[in-house]
Design a protein around this ligand. Structure first.
Ligand SMILES: *Cc1c(COP(=O)(O)O)cnc(C)c1O
Length: 496
């Protein structure tokens, strides 16, 4: 299995190259040349396998340049007792036929762990094959969840270092605390005066600075990324949709062949794209439902075929979805335009220059066929948390609540009664203050830890151990810098 770039038809590389490199030189994203098939007998066989075994079988289809031993090494280390449940991902029931896929049982309590617990292993194997004897320096700009999950994944991984930048005032108190108390010998965390875009632009500037690249090269260091533009981040996400389907078959909730809807609270379009890939591989999926918060650029795009980022940016109670450029959409458009790299170049150049592009009627028709899109604001998100808790005694975080609300709208609008899987992307305690507020709690004078203790009393649920533990951990990283100090800060850390 080879990988192509979405922007240059002449590039064909192996999976190890795609993962080690992250992004193609001309700016394209790497995509598999063909999609392997997942059959009825695969799914039925998965019923009797563990999550790691299912992951092994699926990775074997995508990473054909890895040996069985290498893949086994990756999946067995990534999916074991670092998760608080043996199943790795759990399925909860709301009512008959509505299932919640809990993707937050990993060490940082957000779904990013599903990919970032395995990425360091995939990356070190890939680097050994393609750039031996070099140290990989991961740079991350984060709005909260990716940074912490990447730090946990890469901490103390030999041959790697990781530097994370977050906006000083753009993350939740719990997210900040999680990052500032990060353990590990090869980690660096720093706050930036500015917003997420400032961090992201700062990191991009370091990636494209030839002088820095030359200095690092001399020191034997190669920069790489842990964002979902990396195929090594995206492919692990395909696994949990296939695994969840097998689990539903195993539990006799569905029969093999029965189509299900999948609802995904969406930001960078990585998680829902993985569901699309699972469907294209043959998983029986009916509709993909894309849920957005007040930053509803994807809702508009899916409904009109026009992507227009010339609009206000909102800070919401679901911050991990506060995003105006959903990078992974490029992969979808590449497939839906029949791999037309010319069109992709045209659209993404237009996006860069004017902030807007419009897809062809053919592509628009395919999108409408596959996806339903909806959005909701903060008031509706909080009402959804309250409604779900009061109706089903199920406590959701602010991101999952967006999906729940959009799914209820979908049912009302379409009357579709197909069984449905809702992706739950974070543990509610990660966004405890907003969840507490949604349930009518009064947080006046309380700090983050007081609030989650109150939430625990109020809902008879349990604060996850890794979040509770941050209270007494030493704060290791207090630094706050101006954006233009990012390059020298990174160099100081890497060259010390
Ligand atoms: C990252 C994140 C999302 C958005 O996922 P994408 O793959 O970027 O669409 C949603 N919810 C939470 C909690 C997240 O951390």
């Amino acid at each position: 299995m080879n990988y192509k770039s979405t922007r240059n038809p002449n590039i064909t590389i192996t999976s190890a190259q795609a993962i080690a490199q992250g992004l193609s030189h001309e700016g394209g994203l790497f995509v598999p040349e063909t999609l392997p098939e997942i059959t009825k007998s695969d799914i039925l066989a998965f019923c009797d396998k563990s999550y790691a075994e299912r992951a092994f079988d699926i990775f074997k289809l995508f990473l054909t340049d890895f040996t069985d031993e290498e893949i086994r090494h990756c999946v067995e280390n990534a999916y074991s007792d670092n998760f608080d449940t043996e199943n790795i991902a759990e399925i909860s029931h709301l009512l008959q036929g509505t299932y919640i896929l809990e993707l937050w049982h990993g060490p940082t309590c957000a779904f990013k762990d599903m990919a970032l617990q395995i990425l360091p292993y995939l990356l070190t194997v890939s680097a050994k094959k393609t750039i031996p004897d070099k140290e990989t320096a991961i740079l991350v700009a984060t709005s909260g969840d990716t940074g912490k999950a990447a730090l946990e994944g890469f901490k103390n991984v030999k041959g790697t270092t990781i530097s994370v930048f977050y906006p000083e005032d753009g993350v939740s108190d719990m997210q900040k605390r999680q990052m500032q108390t990060q353990e590990g010998e090869n980690v660096f965390v720093c706050a930036v005066k500015g917003n997420f875009d400032d961090c992201q632009n700062g990191v991009k500037a370091i990636f494209t600075d030839e002088k820095i690249a030359a200095e690092l090269e001399k020191a034997g260091i190669v920069l790489s990324s842990a964002n979902s533009i990396n195929w090594g981040r995206l492919s692990p996400q395909i696994v949990y949709y296939i695994s969840a389907y097998a689990e539903l078959v195993k539990n006799k909730e569905i029969e093999y062949g029965e189509k299900i809807n999948i609802v995904v609270p969406t930001g960078n379009f990585g998680n829902i794209l993985a569901a699309y890939y699972a469907k294209e591989m043959g998983l029986p999926v009916n509709r993909l439902i894309c849920a957005s918060n007040a930053n509803n650029i994807l809702t508009d795009f899916i409904n009109t075929g026009v992507y227009d980022r010339n609009r206000a940016f909102y800070t919401t109670v679901s911050p991990s979805m506060d995003i105006l450029i959903s990078s992974n959409l490029e992969r979808l458009l590449y497939h839906l335009s029949d791999e037309n790299t010319e069109l992709i170049n045209q659209w993404f150049t237009a996006l860069k220059e004017t902030g807007r592009y419009e897809v062809t009627p053919e592509v628009k028709a395919k999108i409408t066929d596959l996806f339903y899109a909806g959005c909701c604001n903060d008031t509706e998100t909080k009402a959804a948390i309250k409604d779900c808790f009061e109706s089903y005694s199920y406590l959701m975080d602010t991101h999952t609540a967006v999906a729940y609300k959009v799914y209820n709208d979908y049912k009302k609008n379409t009357g579709d009664g197909t069984k449905t899987l809702i992706a739950s992307t974070a543990n509610p305690y990660k966004f405890g203050a907003a969840v507490f507020d949604a349930l009518g709690g009064n947080a006046e004078g309380l700090d983050e830890f007081d609030i989650i203790e109150k939430l625990e009393e109020m809902t008879h649920t349990v604060i996850p151990e890794p979040l509770a533990a941050t209270r007494n951990k030493e704060i290791r990283f207090k630094g706050v810098i101006d954006r233009d100090k990012m390059p020298e800060t990174v160099k100081d850390f890497l060259m010390k």
